[in-house]
Ligand binder design. Structure first.
Ligand code: FAD
Ligand code: NAD
Length: 517
């Protein structure tokens, strides 16, 4: 304190010198006042910031310009081998990003002509984000590759590993004179994901909504608003209003939890203002067959989520198994092993994955090597066991890794590198053969290794949970911002990032849209 009082009586320059503890500086300052000279960085702070902003804007502008103006591409080359890729999801686009197409001809087959950023799909069911913001058209990707890529919007319905042919069928609304084709391949990459599992439970396909594709999110949004408007129809009985406003989610995995969380936000932040007489009657129930939700998360985050849901009045029925789904109610075996009927207005089914028909068909064709029903078994190099030149990755495969986007894209990067190296090795082999060298000196490919970066999930009320490497388990509002920034950075393109950021801002300013499409 004494030194502070002493400093108060001095001129600023001298005080600074004393504070720095320099007696010499003090004595000099007393005779010739020291002129304060700001550093170069301080003097030019404004100019530096302005220059950085101009460079950043120019970089961004160039990226946007380059994305909109694809260059001329190499044509199809009959001397090169052909890779057929099934799918336009996480696995397929991850391969396409890194594959050197100057070395191969590539055919992509998918019924969807866009990539879908699934982690933000639950947000689209209530209008926090618009669907187009998380879709990236495939041609925005394929047109930027060195060689022309053939994109065929169709389903692969059959794989013939003996004749190396795939059958593709156009099942879209508008079908031309030709709707079925056989496509030959040298290498086939199965990246067609998985279907929704229903375990053969009666009535699920007819009455429930799934949450995997764009049309699922659209259907949920429409049905939700339809239930609410129907409940508001004059003269509706109290029982019918209660049924219509009961939103049931089956499956306490991350899809079910994130959907229930988004629904709660919609109810709490928007519906209560626009439907004041009904909002208090809207009920959300999450049904899970196991004793807890989110089995893949650490125990403390499971507890945190269950408590958060209890606070939000989202009911969780654990140890409850859905047995049958009717049009207006579901039959469950509850925790006491009693059979019970639960009336519902909207039912969202999120109980995980099962193999797509083309994959199931290939599994049946390779009975000696394929023992799993949920997907194709692969070796350490993602080669399908029992087949030649067929590779499989992502949700279409049955491996020791969870069916996640993180695994699928990591496998995609691996396969792209694998095929780039394969082309290089092929050239080296030819060169060695011509020069009498030893081809055995060419190194083998490394097996696929997965580096897990952590698991995140949104749990409502601007809170998220994260299980991160290094035994870090965190949850709450800060984790929510981490969740948002992680997904914003992972979106496919700058266009997607701008659109999603705009949607989030729009929601804060105007709220969510409650119009029924
Ligand atoms: P997909 O991405 O499903 O792509 C499959 C592609 O194959 C699609 O383009 C499809 O149209 C196409 N296809 C379908 N049938 C055929 C056919 N017969 N022939 C040819 N093509 C076909 N994972 C995470 O890691 N983090 C998350 O936060 C996360 N959130 C999710 C949220 C939701 C709502 C959902 C549903 C999943 C989420 N996942 C998440 C899981 C992740 O989406 C999947 O693991 C990932 O999509 C798998 O990638 P994939 O390429 O194998 O399949
Ligand atoms: P899931 O397989 O992870 O969970 C499905 C849940 O449904 C299970 O807990 C299961 O016990 C329950 N269930 C099954 N049948 C039932 C029945 N008849 N009655 C009641 N409950 C039943 O499925 P998901 O949540 O769709 O996720 C699929 C994959 O996508 C997983 O690998 C998941 O990790 C991944 N994913 C990740 C995220 C994320 O990281 N945030 C988000 C969504 C999905």
């Amino acid at each position: 304190m004494a030194s502070l009082r002493f400093l108060k009586g001095l001129k600023p320059a001298a005080a600074a010198a004393v504070h720095c503890g320099s007696a010499h500086a003090f004595s000099t300052a007393a005779s010739t006042p020291k002129v304060y000279k700001p550093s170069f960085l301080r003097r030019n702070r404004g100019k530096i910031l302005a220059s950085l902003a101009v460079i950043g804007a120019a970089g961004l502008g160039y990226e946007v310009y380059a994305a909109r103006h694809p260059q001329a591409q190499l044509p199809w080359d009959h001397t090169k081998k052909t890779i057929a890729i099934l799918g336009s999801g996480w696995a397929a686009t991850s391969i396409l990003k890194d594959l050197d197409t100057s070395e191969y001809n590539v055919v992509v087959v998918s019924p969807r002509n866009y990539f879908l950023f699934t982690p933000l799909l639950p947000s689209c069911t209530v209008g926090t984000i618009e669907l187009r913001s998380i879709m990236q058209p495939m041609r925005y990707i394929t047109r930027h590759k060195k060689r022309q890529i053939t994109f065929v919007e169709s389903n692969c319905t059959h794989i013939d590993p003996d004749s190396k042919l795939i059958t593709v069928e156009d099942n879209s609304e508008i079908v031309g004179l030709v709707s079925k084709q056989l496509i030959p391949y040298n290498y086939l990459i199965v990246a067609c994901g998985a279907e929704n599992a229903t375990f053969g439970i009666k009535g699920v396909r007819e009455n429930a909504c799934f949450l995997k594709e764009v049309w699922d999110a659209r259907k949920i949004r429409t049905r939700l608003m339809d239930c609410i408007e129907t409940a508001a129809f004059p003269g509706q009985s109290p029982e019918e209003i209660e049924r219509l406003l009961h939103m049931v989610v089956v499956g306490g995995g991350p899809t079910g939890v994130e959907y229930a969380a988004e629904l709660y936000d919609f109810l709490h932040e928007d519906l209560k203002d626009w439907y004041p007489e009904l909002a208090g009657k809207i009920k959300i129930t999450l049904i899970e067959a196991l004793p807890h939700v989110l089995p893949m998360f650490s125990k403390n985050l499971i507890d945190y989520t269950e408590k958060q849901f209890a606070d939000q009045k989202v009911e969780i029925l654990t140890n409850t198994l859905v047995k049958e789904v009717q049009q207006k109610e579901i039959t469950v075996q509850n925790a006491k092993k009693e059979i019970e009927s639960i009336p519902y207005g909207l039912l969202v089914w999120a109980t995980g994955n099962t193999a797509r028909p083309a994959v199931a068909d290939l599994i049946k064709r390779l009975p000696e090597s394929q023992k799993q029903r949920r997907g194709l078994e692969v070796d350490d190099f993602l080669r399908v066991k029992g087949a030649t030149d067929i590779y499989c990755l992502g949700d279409a495969s049955a491996s020791k890794w969870a069916p996640t986007a993180q695994v699928a894209s990591s496998q995609g990067r691996y396969l792209a590198k694998y095929f780039n190296n394969l082309a290089e090795k092929e050239k080296a082999r030819k060169l060695l053969a011509a020069t009498g060298g030893d081809p055995s000196t060419i190194p083998d490919e490394d097996p696929f290794e997965y580096d897990h970066r952590g698991t995140l999930a949104y749990i409502g009320s601007d809170k998220a949970i994260a299980d991160l490497p290094g035994n870090i388990h965190v949850g709450g509002a800060l984790t929510f911002y981490f969740w948002r920034s992680a997904y914003l950075s992972k979106l496919f393109s700058i266009r997607n990032r701008v659109l999603v950021a705009f949607d989030w801002t729009k929601k804060i300013v105007f709220g969510r849209d409650i119009g029924r499409e």
